[in-house]
Every structure is written in C-alpha cells, then in structure tokens.
Design a protein around this ligand. Structure first.
Ligand code: SAH
Length: 246
C-alpha cells in the first residue's frame, strides 16, 4: 500500500473515532479473531480493485460484521464476494453490489433521509445507517424483518426505522427522501417511489429487462417532475413482489 493511502486510512480511522464513537466498537463485539480480520481486509482490497473508491464506504464495510447477518452455518462465507441465501428464497447481495449501490447513492445530494425497499437480512440497511442521517426500510416478509430488527438493536443502530409492508407503495408518510435504494428488482420503477423523491433526489434500483436486470440510477431534476436516468451495469436481484408474507 502506498504511503498516501496508508495516511488517508489513518485519517479516516481518526475521523470515525472522533465523530462516530460507537463505530470502532462494532469491530470488537464480534470476537471473530485475526483470520477473519485478514479475510475482511482481502474483501475490502478486492472491492477497491473492482473500482469502489469511496473510502467511507470501504471503511464501513471493513468494520461491519457481515457474518451476523447470516445463519451460523453460512457465517464462515460472510467475507467472500458472493451473494448468500438468507431463507424464504431471498439473498443477501454480493458485497461488491452493496458497495456499488451505496457509493452511487452517496454521489448524489447530501443524504439525510434514505428509503430502502427490501430490508432482508438488514446488512445493506446497516451499512447505510453508518453513512446517512436516517434510514427507513420496508420489508414484505415478517420473519426476515424481525430478525433484521434484532441485529440493528444488537449493533446499537438507532437511526433506522422499519416498516412491515409492500415497498412498491413506498412510505408516503415519511417522504420526501433524498435517496431511495431498491434491493429487489421491479419490472418497472414504481411511480410511488419516483413521487417520493426529494428535489435532486437519487433512486438506485435494479430493473427487470428482457435478458438481464439493469441497475439504474434515476435523479429527479430539481423540483420538477422530470428525471434523468442512466444505466449502470447488469445485475441479478430477487424480484420485487407485491403483498406481504406473515
Ligand atoms: N437489502 C437486503 C437484500 C435482501 S433480498 C440485504 O441486505 O439482505 C431483497 C429483499 O426484498 C427480500 O427480503 C424480499 O422479501 C424483499 N422484497 C421484495 N419485494 C418487496 C416489496 N414489494 N416490498 C418490500 N420488500 C420486498
């Protein structure tokens, strides 16, 4: 690692310790030992070499214990750059995709309020909670949501509010949002989500295409009802479905 990079890393650690005192404690609560620490470092180096350049995103993902978002039987694979099953036919996204979507979201305006569709294990939500003012997250499968809530409590994350319901409708009572992130793929971006974006707000969502899903970044043009849309890359997410599962 170059001297410059080492120096900026030391600086970021200092900054996080000073302004976000509970941050480094998270690294301590997991007690998973040095082997896993090395595996985590490898994952972060890999994300960096794949083009993730936001140092705050990398630092949050380095210290966020991904293994606690998985069943014990899969925990040993938590720091591989791969998506993993979380039950109910759902998956925790690949770390590269979590990092990419988070980085895209943060490249927009200041993110005070962010809405996530698809809490799932809670990992993406927990990463966001370390980087934005407040995260609102909606999940349609109750047992997944209840396990995610327990994890947020264990991690002491207090800037997350969750809702059991259908994310296709968004969360009108809490709108507008500076950013919206969908971690399940709709056939078309739901109009309710576009309506709930603040001026210059950014929506990141995978959208079903003919042969593959397309990760889209949609930005509201000022206060208008016009949107800028760009296609980022091909991705693979579970489908966004309507209704709820108790
Ligand atoms: N962000 C999650 C990803 C989980 S997979 C994580 O980090 O683990 C996507 C999740 O979206 C699943 O849990 C699925 O149940 C949920 N989902 C799908 N359609 C939804 C909808 N309409 N409303 C809310 N959640 C939905």
């Amino acid at each position: 690692m170059s001297e410059d990079k080492k120096e900026s890393r030391v600086y970021v650690r200092f900054w996080l310790t000073k302004y976000n005192k509970d941050f480094l404690l998270i690294a301590d609560i997991d007690g998973i030992g040095m082997t896993s620490q090395r595996t985590r470092e490898r994952l972060i180096n890999r994300l960096y070499s794949q083009g993730i350049s936001n140092i705050l995103v990398l630092e949050v993902m380095r210290t966020m214990p991904r293994h606690i978002f998985l069943d014990e039987a899969l925990a040993h694979r938590a720091y591989e750059d791969t998506s993993l099953p979380i039950g109910y036919k759902q998956t925790l996204s690949q770390p590269y995709i979590v990092a990419k979507m988070t980085e895209l979201l943060l490249s927009g305006k200041k993110m005070r309020k962010v809405l996530e569709i698809g809490t799932g294990s809670g990992y993406q939500c927990a990463v966001l909670a370390k980087l934005v003012g407040k995260v609102y997250s909606i999940e349609r499968i109750e047992p997944l949501l209840s396990a995610a809530r327990d994890r947020f409590e264990m991690l002491g994350l207090e800037n997350i509010e969750t809702h059991f319901g259908d994310g296709v409708l968004g969360w009108d009572a809490k709108a507008p949002f500076d950013g919206i992130i969908a971690t399940a793929a709709p056939r078309m971006v739901p109009q309710a989500l576009l309506n709930q974006l603040a001026p210059n707000g950014v929506l990141i969502a995978p959208v079903e295409g003919q042969n593959f899903q397309d990760l889209r970044m949609i930005t509201r043009k000022g206060k208008s009802d016009k949107f800028d849309e760009k296609s980022v890359e091909a991705v693979k997410f579970v489908p966004m479905l309507s209704g709820v599962v108790n």
